[in-house]
Design a binder for this molecule. Structure first.
Ligand SMILES: Cc1ncc(COP(=O)(O)O)c(C=O)c1O
Length: 434
């Protein structure tokens, strides 16, 4: 962050700007950049080696060497995004759930393309959240989003996860409690990352999906509570059949916003995501987006359309799943090898069926936070992790645990995953004195 104040006065910031603070993760990014010798199991970036450079080159050349295609791609597009890509995106959503487009809720007109799915997350918060409104998230949750929620002054309340995802009974109990406190009118959204969650890697079970929707409907008494289903990691599924989306149960397209991205399954540099929204919400979101940018990068959308139509997207997903499976396995094997016999009653980690993350829980006596002894020791030994406390939203009713770690296996090579876990295990044993 660059601050070089040379005048006596400051700007008079809006309340939103005052709520915007430096994300703690930026410290880790700086550390990784300034000390490249560190093995970083921290960054949630994608694998560099498999990024689709050659395909992108070919497709871009095809677009730009055809004058009509080049003009279309280099001109402004529509606020809602390229029609043909929205149609393909909608087909893709249906296909992910084993359905044909005519069996799937909504329609391509309710799909909007945005500057990454992050922009859609932001737009939806902007549309629904006034300061003091309540957003419910998992505990822990995707921290960049919960950080964004604080800009809007949202009060975050949270629901525990187990190995099957958000626990429906706990969600029901929380909403009942909020209703009893007379604050149900302030609940605007339930945010959930349903497949291979960031940060835990946990997938919401098939059984719980319609249950969450039913609970949201039950408490939508004076307004609709939005169920925001962030499916950023859906395509990165390495084993088993991924359960169908919650959206597929929202047959009248009323309650669920389903968000996907082209960042994880293709290339984050194109910064394109999309959401299938209830029609009225989509209209409103586009009014907001009109004033923001009146459309995301058109060239990226034209490129992605060709990637989808020519099969490069599907091929890339296969390539990624193969590469990430090996990396995930390397990390899990190393955890077994180096931490398998370390206080097994209190030490455990998730076994994700996809995505980019493993969530490690250590004995409560081991402080994993940035200013704790473990982080310092891990950096001394040569590795970086994300302290688990970064991943907990600021729920005013709860105390954040400090004995967990998010590990990302996407960027490091298989060997670096193994080496990084070995160094981490050494650091853990050093600070535990075992
Ligand atoms: C859970 C989740 N949702 C959304 C995003 C945003 O991704 P993008 O804006 O690149 O689509 C990310 C990025 O890491 C993520 O982890």
């Amino acid at each position: 962050m660059v601050s070089d104040i040379t005048t006596q006065t400051t700007f008079s910031y809006s309340s939103r700007a005052k709520n915007a603070v430096d994300q703690p993760i930026s410290y880790l990014m700086t550390l990784a950049l300034t000390q490249p010798e560190l093995i970083s199991l921290a960054a949630g970036f994608v694998d560099y080696q498999t990024l689709p450079g050659a395909d992108t080159d070919t497709l871009m050349h095809q677009i730009l060497s055809d004058p009509a295609a080049a003009q279309a791609a280099l001109q402004y597009g529509r606020t809602q995004g390229l029609t043909e890509l929205r149609q393909e995106a909608y087909k893709h959503l249906a296909k992910c759930d084993g359905l044909s487009p005519d069996q799937f809720p909504g329609c391509p007109d309710c799909v909007a393309l945005t500057t990454g799915s992050q922009q859609m997350l932001h737009l939806l918060a902007d549309l629904l959240v006034d300061p003091g409104d309540i957003v419910i998230t998992a505990w822990p949750s995707y921290f960049v989003y919960t950080g964004a929620l604080s800009i809007f002054g949202a009060t975050v309340r949270s629901v525990d996860l187990d190995e099957d995802g958000i626990i429906p009974e706990k969600l029901d109990a929380l909403l009942a409690q909020i209703a009893q406190e007379g604050n149900l009118h302030r609940v605007k959204m339930l945010y959930t990352c349903t497949h291979h969650q960031n940060p835990t890697g946990i997938t919401l079970s098939a059984e719980r999906r319609p249950q969450l929707l039913d609970i949201v409907k039950k408490y939508s008494t004076d307004h609709r509570i939005l169920l925001l289903e962030d499916n950023a990691y859906r395509e990165l599924t390495y084993q088993g059949d991924a359960p169908v989306s919650i959206k597929s149960f929202d047959t009248d397209n009323e309650f669920v916003a389903l968000l996907h991205t082209y960042s994880k399954p293709f290339a984050p540099g194109l910064k394109t995501g999309y959401g299938l929204l209830p029609a009225d919400l989509c209209d409103k979101a586009m009014m907001l987006k009109d004033g923001r940018d009146f459309g995301s990068a058109n060239l990226s959308q034209h490129l992605l359309l060709q990637a989808v139509l020519k099969g490069a997207f599907e091929q890339q997903v296969k390539t990624l799943c193969k590469a990430y499976t090996k990396k995930r396995d390397a990390m899990l094997e190393a955890l077994d090898e180096h931490l398998g016999d370390f206080l097994p009653e209190q030490t455990h980690w998730t076994h994700p069926t996809g995505g980019l993350y493993v969530w490690l829980t250590l004995p409560e006596s081991i402080d994993t936070s940035r200013h704790g002894p473990l982080f310092k020791r891990a950096v001394e030994l040569g590795m970086l992790y994300v302290p688990g406390d970064y991943c907990y939203p600021a729920d005013p009713t709860r105390t954040v645990p400090k004995n967990q770690i998010r590990l990302s296996f996407g960027v490091p090579t298989e060997q670096q995953n193994r080496d990084g876990v070995k160094l981490l295990a050494q650091a853990i044993k050093d600070v535990a004195g075992t």
